[in-house]
Design a binder for this molecule. Structure first.
Ligand code: AMP
Ligand code: ZN
Length: 118
């Protein structure tokens, strides 16, 4: 069993533990995925690993397997929702200029409408 790190002050760790309510869409031993409270698309889900770390650079440095865990869950969700064919977008914001507001690595999955190009 992998060693999972928590941060008692982290809002997403609290969501994973059930201390803050959320609308779960998928979970497994590695991943918790839930609806974004301020959706930017008809389908807007946040994928978080149970192992707390602050951003994808820290994740790839300390626990690269965690990134694979996230993308396997995204694949499973996209197939279950039937958006694997119509398409979707995955975003992870890093730091101030990236617009990151929650410092527990998370991946936004956006779908259900045609995204504009960046
Ligand atoms: P970011 O700005 O990339 O750090 O993304 C943080 C995201 O978390 C934003 O899209 C927020 O709407 C979302 N968020 C913050 N608090 C909650 C919550 N309690 N439940 C669901 N989503 C949340
Ligand atoms: Zn956390």
């Amino acid at each position: 069993m992998e060693n999972l790190h928590h941060d008692d002050n982290c809002i997403f760790c609290k969501i994973i533990k059930g201390e803050i309510p959320s609308q779960k869409v998928l979970e497994n031993e590695h991943i918790y995925a839930f609806k974004d409270i301020t959706p930017a698309a008809p389908i807007h889900v946040l994928f978080v690993h149970r192992n707390h770390c602050k951003n994808i650079n820290e994740m790839v440095e300390k626990n690269p397997q965690n990134i694979i865990d996230v993308f396997k869950a995204i694949k499973e969700f996209s197939e279950k929702e039937g958006i694997d064919q119509s398409g979707f977008r995955v975003i992870s914001n890093i730091g101030v200029d990236g617009g990151q507001t929650v410092f527990h690595t998370h991946f936004h999955l956006l779908a259900g409408k045609k995204m504009r190009n960046l």
